[in-house]
Design a protein around this ligand. Structure first.
Ligand code: CMP
Length: 140
C-alpha cells in the first residue's frame, strides 16, 4: 500500500549539516518528500510526540535534546515507506545500526544520556497518522 510517514532530522543531524545527505538517501530509495518544515519545536509538541516514553529515565534528556536546536520535519510518501524508512535509518542504537544505514554510516553518538541518532521515523501506520496530525495539522 502507499503509505505516509513522519520523518524528523533531529538537532544533531541539523548541527552536523546532514539534512541534504539524509533527504538524498530518502529520495534515492524512491520515496517522495511531500511536506517539509524547519523550525525549533515547542517543548509541548515534543512531549506529546514522545508521550509513550513518559516516565522512562531518558524522557527528560530526550525532550531537552529534541528542543536543543531546530529540527527538519517531513512527511514522506511511498509504497511501504514506513518500513522502508526504518530500514534506511537502521537500529536505534548507532552502535548496532548496520553500515549502509543512515545511523550506521553517520551517527557518531555512543554512550551519552540520550541516543542522538540523527533521525526519527514513525514505527507503524497508526503512529504515522498520529504524528503527522501533530506536526502537520493542515495536512491531515
Ligand atoms: P526515536 O526513534 O526518535 O524514538 C525515541 C527516541 O528516544 C529514540 O529515537 C532515541 O533518540 C531515544 N532513546 C530510545 N531509547 C533510549 C534509551 N534507552 N536511552 C536513551 N535514549 C533513548
Amino acid at each position: 500500500p502507499v503509505e505516509r510517514s513522519l520523518v524528523l532530522v533531529k538537532p544533531d543531524g541539523v548541527r552536523r549539516a546532514l539534512i541534504g545527505e539524509i533527504i538524498r538517501r530518502i529520495e534515492a530509495k524512491g520515496i517522495r518528500v511531500v511536506a517539509l518544515d524547519f523550525r525549533a519545536l515547542p517543548r509541548e509538541l515534543v512531549e506529546e510526540h514522545y508521550a509513550e516514553h513518559e516516565g522512562k529515565p531518558f524522557f527528560e534528556p530526550l525532550v531537552s535534546f529534541m528542543t536543543s536546536g531546530p529540527v527538519v520535519s517531513m512527511i514522506i510518501e511511498g509504497h511501504r515507506c514506513i518500513e522502508a524508512f526504518r530500514l534506511l535509518a537502521g537500529a536505534t542504537d548507532p552502535v548496532k545500526a548496520a553500515p549502509g544505514t543512515i545511523r550506521g554510516d553517520l551517527a557518531t553518538d555512543i554512550g551519552t544520556t540520550v541516543v542522538q541518532n540523527l533521525v526519527h521515523g514513525s514505527d507503524s501506520p497508526v503512529s504515522a497518522e498520529r504524528e503527522i496530525k501533530l506536526f502537520f495539522p493542515q495536512e491531515s
